[in-house]
Design a protein. Structure first.
Ligand code: ACO
Length: 350
């Protein structure tokens, strides 16, 4: 059977470092509160006007493409995962295609938030396995800092997120015992509203409960997508019930990792490195304990970069590879959980 492999990876983190203490200039918070609840010490924010989600993705992609031994013109498909696109539409994939002077290949955007990169990887894996494409660029990138509420009102969400990008080039593996062994994708919309950004959107309060509200008082026809009241009442920012997210994440994360292991007749002890989506250090520590993994078996870098949503797995995997923690023949497990909820895993024999 034809398998796909990750032939090259790249990452890009913006230069601007914002420590927890820096955030206290904008909101009532403290280094102690943030570190205790999330493990985060600092995060990076993109240059406000000089960098976008796509420009960061391009920097990560250049490295991934070079490491894969190809050129941008060899890429035959783009899959771009983000929840913070440059434009509401079109997606970032076409901007990347244009700016990297790629051929007129297919470009697809994936909107699966924290599991976006794994959904994208899974789609790429199927295209490689069927022989349809030979060099697929899979990207995860976010510029969260442009769309967070940095006042005390939004502190439960804004302190968690950071900006950055990661990219991988997928190619057919010459050795069919190596490469992506399997991917596993799940969703449950039952809790769609507890980690979400409702506006701008077309919901018109259709899913009305105390969580999903938008203020249309001033809205005339044609003004429902976004109103002045929404801006005044901070209804254009992400919202999260952190406690509920935590409870469900610590259940689904281990389950989807075990599902991947079982599908391949493997055990947690076989994992060389688990690269979980960097949601929250406490969540990663919970997974590690539940699966009885050692510190060496788990990659964490949320302390430095915060939660970069779709970018977190490719950044962490790339960093682990650069640190020499990912070598030929190693069993690598990727796992994610996020808004939707959606959750996913991938097992890779490197
Ligand atoms: N600094 C100081 N105080 C804060 C902050 C902050 N940044 N944020 C909230 N607080 C306050 C609240 O106002 C509240 O005060 P009150 O008791 O006077 O009302 C108190 O801290 C507790 O607030 P909670 O929201 O209940 O905080 P909690 O202890 O649950 O911690 C957190 C919040 C860290 C988000 C936690 O719920 C959590 O870890 N949840 C998991 C969700 C998560 O990590 N999501 C990441 C993104 S989603 C993903 O990637 C899957």
């Amino acid at each position: 059977m034809l398998r796909s492999k990750i032939a090259g990876m790249g990452k890009y983190l913006p230069k601007n470092v914002f420590t927890n203490n820096d955030l206290t200039k904008f909101m009532e918070t403290s280094d102690e509160w943030i570190q205790e609840r999330t493990g985060i010490k600092e995060r990076r924010y993109a240059d406000r006007t000089g960098e976008t989600t796509t420009t960061m993705a391009i920097e990560a992609s250049k490295i991934a493409i070079e490491r894969a031994g190809i050129t941008p013109q060899d890429v035959d498909f783009i899959i771009f995962a983000t929840l913070s696109p440059d434009y509401f539409f079109p997606g970032c994939g076409v901007l990347l295609q244009r700016e990297m002077n790629m051929k007129e290949i297919g470009a697809m955007d994936v909107r699966n938030q924290c599991s976006g990169f794994l959904y994208a990887l899974s789609v790429a894996d199927q295209f490689i396995k069927t022989g349809m494409y030979k060099n697929i660029l899979v990207v995860g990138a976010e510029k969260h800092s442009f769309g967070l509420d940095f006042s005390t009102r939004g502190r439960n969400v804004s302190v968690i997120f950071g900006d950055g990008a990661g990219a991988a080039v997928l190619q057919p593996s010459e050795d069919n015992s190596r490469g992506i062994l399997s991917t596993h994708l799940h969703s449950s919309g039952a809790h769609a509203e507890i980690l979400a950004q409702y506006n701008p959107g077309t919901h018109a309060n259709h899913w009305m409960n105390e969580q999903v509200v938008a203020d249309f008082d001033e809205a005339e026809i044609g003004e429902m997508f976004m109103s002045h009241s929404m801006i005044d009442k901070a209804q254009l920012f992400p919202t999260m019930d952190g406690t509920s997210v935590f409870k469900i994440a610590v259940d689904k994360f281990p389950a989807v990792i075990l599902e991947a292991l079982q599908a391949n007749n493997l055990q947690p002890t076989d994992i060389k490195l688990l690269v979980p989506h960097q949601a929250n250090l406490r969540i990663s520590q919970f997974i590690q304990k539940k699966l009885r993994l050692t510190d060496d078996q788990v990659k964490n870098n949320i302390q430095k970069y915060g939660n970069t949503t779709a970018a977190s797995i490719p950044i962490a995997l790339c960093e682990a590879w650069e640190e020499g923690r990912v070598k030929d023949g190693d069993l690598i497990c990727l796992a994610a959980f996020g808004s939707g909820f959606t959750w996913a895993s991938a097992l890779i024999r490197w």
